[in-house]
Design a binder for this molecule. Structure first.
Ligand code: NAD
Length: 261
């Protein structure tokens, strides 16, 4: 079929974005708004239910379709309830964006001294959360003839140098595994690895005057920091007909940081 810009549209599709209702200017919010803009009905899911509802209201206020749902991605029953909410509200699920994660509220202690409880909690959310959410929606995707899963990994996984990066590198393993195991069901799975993003959480973790920003200035091919909205184009590619043949890939959106690290 000849290429047509409409292949990026998502009219009639149903998307879940996890971690989209937390801090004000977040990547999840940008993803939810972007998917709604492309025509999808969006389930805005977050541990912070009030925040999720606020983002859903923002989408509805702009003429889109959305519902806010409280979810703990590390809790299987909660992820099943989220999938059921998507079915009850919009009829099923076509797109899942596993964006929820612990990033600011995670231990940056080293591997010798880190508390096992912190380690397990980080994996429960950042890795198991993506597994549980995927398992909750795969049956619906299969019923609907296919689906798209996008996992939010990080430039901090290349190379991993602490718990956060380790969980994000493990998520790359889950990405290729889901891609291989469910490709024959026409379900693709890819990952986005952002560099340093100026979400509220990103700015809290890496303030403007941080030496890390100077390091990024030195190693990035272009500018070292991006805004949440600059990730949306890649997400739409991976979730739409335009990206139907892409699976098992990690798209790095980071000003070229990956080439240097
Ligand atoms: N900001 C950056 O520089 C950057 C860079 C690379 C990757 N990322 C990744 O992008 C994603 C979004 O980052 P952000 O900067 O918007 O941060 P953020 O902290 O605003 O977003 C994370 C969201 O996950 C939610 N969450 C945490 N635990 C949860 C749970 N158990 N169940 C459901 N929701 C839960 C939080 O409430 C929050 O809304 C994360 O996966 C993060 O690791 C961020």
């Amino acid at each position: 079929m000849a290429f047509n810009l409409d292949q990026f549209r998502l009219d009639g599709k149903v998307a879940i974005v996890t971690g989209a209702g937390g801090r004000g200017n977040s990547i999840g919010r940008a993803y939810a708004l972007g998917l709604a803009n492309a025509g999808a009905s969006v389930v805005v899911a977050d541990l912070n239910e009030e925040g999720a509802e606020a983002v859903a209201d923002e989408i509805a206020g702009a003429g889109g379709k959305a519902v806010g749902v409280g979810v703990d991605v590390s809790d299987e029953a909660s992820t099943l309830a989220m999938a059921e909410a998507a079915r009850a509200e919009f009829g099923g699920v076509d797109i899942l964006v596993n964006n929820a994660a612990l990033m600011v509220d995670i231990s940056y202690d080293n591997c010798e001294t880190i508390a096992l409880e912190d380690w397990n909690r980080a994996f429960a959310v950042n890795l198991n959360g993506a597994l549980l959410c995927s398992r909750a929606v795969i049956p619906s995707m299969r019923e609907r003839g296919g689906g798209r899963i996008v996992n939010q990994t990080s430039g901090g996984a290349y190379p991993a140098s602490g718990l956060y990066g380790i969980t994000k590198l493990a998520l790359v393993g889950l990405t290729t595994s889901l891609a291989k195991q469910f490709g024959k069901d026409s379900i693709t799975c890819n990952a986005i690895a952002p560099g340093n993003v100026t979400s509220d959480a990103g700015k809290l973790l890496v303030p403007d005057d941080s030496p890390f920003i100077q390091f990024l200035h030195a190693v990035c091919a272009t500018r070292p920091r991006g805004e949440p909205d600059e990730l949306v184009g890649a997400l739409l590619l991976l979730c739409s007909q335009a990206g139907e043949w892409i699976t098992g890939q990690v798209i790095h959106i980071d000003g070229g940081w990956i080439m240097q690290s």
